[in-house]
Design a protein around this ligand. Sequence first.
Ligand code: PLP
Length: 377
Amino acid sequence: MSMKKIEMVDLRSQYERLKADIDSAVSGVISSTAFIKGPDVRLFEEELQRYLGIRNVIACANGTDALQIAMMALGLRAGDEVITTNFTFIATVEVIELLGLKVILVDPDPGTFNISIEAIEKAITPRTKAIVPVHLFGQCADMEPLMELAGRHGIHVIEDVAQATGTEYRFIDGTVKKAGAMGTIGCTSFFPSKNLGCYGDGGALFTDNDELAALIRSITNHGMKVRYYHDTVGVNSRLDTIQAAILRVKLRHLDDFNEARQKAAAHYDRELSGLRGITVPVRAANSTHIFHQYTLRIDGGERNSLRECLENEGIPSMIYYPVPLHMQKAYAHLGYRADDFPVTARLTGEVLSLPMHTELDDEQLSYITGCIRSKFN
Ligand SMILES: *Cc1c(COP(=O)(O)O)cnc(C)c1O
């Protein structure tokens, strides 16, 4: 039998495995015709609350909306400064910009790829109102010193959990918390390729603060608590019932999904660590890693040629992210210079993400690592 085609993300094979449950969840919603705000939405929110160990989950239309709604709910005003990492997906800074807030970018830590706490500390001013750590590629930013720093300055923390639903962070006293359950508000995405993904767009906000949760819920629904009475400026950002029903099925498998990713990552680690010029992902001491991406660093300018080599062998790979935010055309007005962020610049030239999903088998993994080893030893 020939090897199954290698995909960057294999949504089809996962669906085939869950088909009976997914199909019945979807057709249940269709027969009920409760397409908006059907019972599955609230049930999903409650199930995710229990999974995360948090008091409130509010579903919304996508992860980008979740970030925007979080900043609206915290009452951030034009000119307020929001600090975030320069090494992330554009959504994180887009909403800061859209709300007229001031984007303050900082470099990540070159090991974990996550926002550098020292860099945040240097960027804080009296106008700083929020910090947005992104738990990049499935691993938590260093939340204990970050929360301590934010607390000292009275700054809100909005966690971007889009790549890390299910990741756990361990505090020095042994307390373990899920990503998104540590900051003022956690924001996630259920885009199909995320660790917990639906079959369209979806997102959610998490918070332990009940008052804030009520405000968030009203903002997602045109700023109303009582129908047609609008207390705050809101948006229309809801999770479809069909997506909620799919997510209820998939949430039951989330720990297994994340374990399957960790198993694939362990295979990559075993075969690729120690090769000259290749650095396998650095594991933070106090966070689990659920490998939204498995991202290598390739030095000596060999990254692009490795990518081509893999492509010729039928192996997809991706560069997350090829252009740092401060070099994007849309953000030229921020006034940063090319050499303001040496860590991001270096990572941009070195990172390469390998196929990572829940359905990779040993044959595929050995084929991928075999190709890389033959080029690198
Ligand atoms: C995917 C992603 C988002 C945005 O989520 P959408 O649901 O696509 O809007 C935000 N931040 C990060 C880090 C992401 O990876």
